[in-house]
Design a protein around this ligand. Structure first.
Ligand code: SF4
Ligand code: SF4
Length: 139
């Protein structure tokens, strides 16, 4: 079963295939994205801590995201996760069908919410310009 941290649902919904930290991270992200595309009915576990994307990311240190933030928020990605969880109204460490989670993320997190949740991410301009991945329906 895939483990996904909540804000990565937004990253998946706006997956442009262009925003990476390194090649290993890129290969892993494409693998996860393809797996979701092939089986949108699969059940995934939602978390507010490191997940299957983070496993191959250069910013993971001892199982925790250590990415620096200009906003000086300690564990800022967890803040992003918790904001996402509140908006889509689900609890961490629960299981759901991935297609339903993506639908909720698309429905509840429009560009205005994206600007607030993702303000510390350097890929924000890309995600704003790209919008929702065309393989998912706009809601
Ligand atoms: S930056 Fe942090 S949250 Fe994002 S993939 Fe890397 S370890 Fe995970
Ligand atoms: S701005 Fe960053 S965190 Fe937000 S959806 Fe895009 S890649 Fe993910």
């Amino acid at each position: 079963m895939l483990n996904l941290r909540a804000h990565h649902l937004i990253c998946i919904s706006r997956f442009s295939g262009t925003a990476w930290y390194n090649d290993e991270c890129k290969g892993n992200a494409w693998r996860i994205f393809d797996e979701i595309q092939k089986n949108p009915n699969q059940i995934v576990n939602i978390k507010n801590s490191c997940d299957d994307f983070c496993e191959k990311c250069p910013h993971i240190k001892e199982g925790i995201c250590d990415k620096p933030s200009k906003y000086k928020i300690s564990h800022w990605v967890r803040v992003m996760d918790n904001k996402t969880l509140r908006l889509i109204k689900i609890k961490p460490d629960t299981t759901h069908k991935i297609s339903e989670l993506i639908d909720k993320a698309i429905e509840k997190i429009k560009d205005e919410e994206l600007k607030t949740i993702c303000k510390g991410c350097e890929f924000l301009p890309i995600c704003l310009e790209f919008g929702i991945n065309k393989s998912f329906k706009e809601i």
